[in-house]
Design a protein around this ligand. Structure first.
Ligand SMILES: CC(C)(COP(=O)(O)OP(=O)(O)OC[C@H]1O[C@@H](n2cnc3c(N)ncnc32)[C@H](O)[C@@H]1OP(=O)(O)O)[C@@H](O)C(=O)NCCC(=O)NCCS
Length: 214
């Protein structure tokens, strides 16, 4: 069955997600997604041109989804977890369901679970007994180890490594190439800076950086 899809956000993250939908179609050898276009409340001229180069229509603001037919799915193409949550909560008030996209070059363990709006970019690796909530995004070449839990709106940026038995609370951002050692918890809305190594639990709503992360 082909599903109508709208990507929310025409910035770099959103346009990368457009390419994931296309890669999934190509790997399947059939059209899984009918990409209707992208919505964005404040697209820059430059991003609209980039979208045009991808041959993807710009449909208008996010409110376009409010009147979309109920079979049209959306995926939020916004990298910042908190902005993604704000937009996600707005769209929750509309009828449109969230789609989950997995790049064909990502590997997701057979017993891993994820909620609507999940996106796995190329090279993302998830092993066994991992639970991921709604609108979790695993960016390129990131890894999530066994028995970990990622709550809603978590982002794991490129090349970051989340070890086994970790808990990332809602809205956490793990920066590019950062590592979270096994069994640790990162608190709600906290940010782990690029390149950091987390060696102890991180409380809610803080930014930690460096090696070891402080
Ligand atoms: C850690 C982070 C959140 C800090 O952001 P910020 O508060 O805006 O920080 P600033 O850029 O104002 O820098 C503040 C200080 O922290 C330092 N700093 C910034 N990021 C750092 C990092 N990742 N590791 C170590 N030090 C860092 C800066 O050099 C600066 O130091 P100074 O005060 O001695 O000059 C951010 O730099 C970061 O790493 N974000 C993740 C980005 C990412 O993953 N991008 C990939 C997108 S796909």
């Amino acid at each position: 069955m082909t599903v109508g899809l709208v990507v929310v956000g025409c910035g770099g993250h959103g346009r990368e997600i457009v390419t994931i939908a296309r890669a999934a179609d190509e790997a399947a050898g059939r059209r899984l997604w009918r990409l209707l276009g992208v919505v964005d409340d404040r697209p820059s001229e430059e991003n609209l041109k980039r979208l045009q180069r991808l041959d993807v229509p710009y449909l208008g603001g996010v409110a376009w989804l409010r009147d979309a037919p109920p079979e049209v799915h959306h995926v939020i193409g916004i990298g910042d977890p908190r902005v993604r949550r704000t937009v996600g909560r707005r769209i929750d008030g509309y009828a449109t369901p969230a789609a989950s996209l997995v790049h064909p070059d990502a590997t997701i363990g057979p017993d891993a679970r994820y909620g609507p709006g999940f996106v796995a970019f190329a090279g993302a690796r998830v092993t066994t007994n991992v639970t991921m909530g709604r609108h979790v995004h695993l960016n390129q070449n990131s890894t999530v180890g066994h028995d970990s839990t990622l709550a809603d709106y978590v982002s794991v940026n490129p090349l970051a490594a989340v070890s086994g038995e970790c808990v990332l609370a809602e809205g956490v951002l793990i920066g590019t190439t950062a590592a979270v050692l096994q069994g640790l918890r990162v608190g709600r809305d906290s940010i782990v800076g690029a390149g950091a190594c987390v060696v102890r639990d991180v409380p809610d709503e803080v930014v930690v950086k460096g090696v070891p992360a402080r």
